[in-house]
Design a protein around this ligand. Structure first.
Ligand code: HEC
Ligand code: HEC
Length: 254
């Protein structure tokens, strides 16, 4: 009985693994991505044009949704991307999404003059004139800008600032309206041009920890040196025992 249960559990797990794989084929996606490489880069990390977004590390379901939306030309239209998406079948979209989502994003850097205000925009909830509070970017896109896969909140961290700023302006003007429940259009309507440029720059540098690397090395070194210099608990015990023995011996000699 137990064994049957065990076997069915394994079959179920294997089945689930297969379902996940049936979503998209990474190798097929890599071959199909040749068409996209000129603008999005061979590994989805973009090219010199910052208006062409990075696709690397983006959640696969979000990529598929955008491609479907571009193809439908209703709520998200773009002269370049709608033509690109028109050539793609459902399976192409799944394969491309599987490939690009598995590539590692290369994070950009933020403009120091904008990052502070940008960070505040990212973290602070907005209070509207009628006294309602609106979620902050951080509530949906996350502390490190990784988004939420299960809710289809896109990853933002490391994306080109120029593209992020354009996306926010498109939501604000309603040119892009593929956000369910109007969440992004509502939020963007409360952002000024300065807010948009600052938060876009902040997002471009999110997850760039290079400036923290040196202090971390120095702290690690200090801890190591402190460990070398100060005796461990075991060593302290041995020293105490030796001293006690010495005292006993010197008493015995008197
Ligand atoms: C000639 C340049 C070009 C080519 C080729 C191209 N794209 Fe794009 N892509 C763009 C531009 C520009 C945008 C941004 C459109 C906008 O501003 O809304 C974009 C946006 C996207 C987005 C939305 C990203 C996001 O974060 O919402 C996805 C997904 C995408 N492209 C996938 C692809 C795939 C897959 C291919 C290949 C089949 C491809 N693109 C080929 C220029 C290109
Ligand atoms: C209530 C949740 C929520 C909040 C709060 C939120 N977002 Fe979003 N955001 C979304 C969702 C959902 C999408 C995807 C819409 C779609 O399906 O195309 C999105 C999309 C975006 C995009 C487009 C990404 C791309 O690759 O094209 C940007 C940029 C963005 N959000 C920035 C922000 C900023 C900046 C804030 C804060 C000022 C913010 N968001 C607050 C849910 C949220």
């Amino acid at each position: 009985m137990k064994q049957t249960f065990f076997i069915s559990a394994i079959t179920l797990l294997l089945g689930m693994g297969q379902c996940a794989m049936a979503d998209g084929d990474i190798a097929a996606g890599k071959a199909k991505a040749v068409t996209c490489a000129g603008c999005h880069g061979p590994d989805g990390n973009g090219t010199d044009n910052p208006a062409w977004p990075k696709l690397a590390s983006q959640h696969p379901a979000y990529i598929v949704k955008q491609l479907r939306d571009f193809k439908a030309r209703e709520t998200r239209k773009d002269p370049i991307m709608s033509d690109q998406a028109a050539q793609l079948s459902e399976q192409d979209m799944l394969d491309l999404a599987a490939y690009f989502s598995r590539q590692k994003i290369k994070i950009g850097t933020a403009d120091d003059n904008l990052a502070e205000h940008g960070g505040n925009v990212y973290r602070t909830r907005i209070t509207t004139d009628s006294g309602n509070t609106i979620n902050a970017c951080i509530d949906c896109h996350g502390r490190v800008g990784a988004g939420k896969k299960n809710k289809n909140y896109p990853r933002l961290a490391g994306q080109n600032a120029a593209y992020i700023a354009k996306a926010l302006r498109d939501f604000r003007s309603g040119r892009r309206s593929n956000d369910n429940g109007k969440v992004m259009r509502m939020i963007a309507s409360h952002l000024s041009d300065d807010d948009i440029d600052a938060v876009a720059s902040y997002i471009q540098g999110m997850g760039n920890y290079s400036r923290f690397v040196w202090p971390v090395y120095i702290i690690a070194l200090l801890i190591m040196v402190a460990n070398l210099v100060s005796p461990s608990r075991q060593e302290k015990q041995i020293i105490r025992n030796l001293k006690r023995k010495q005292r006993r011996e010197s008493r015995g000699m008197q």
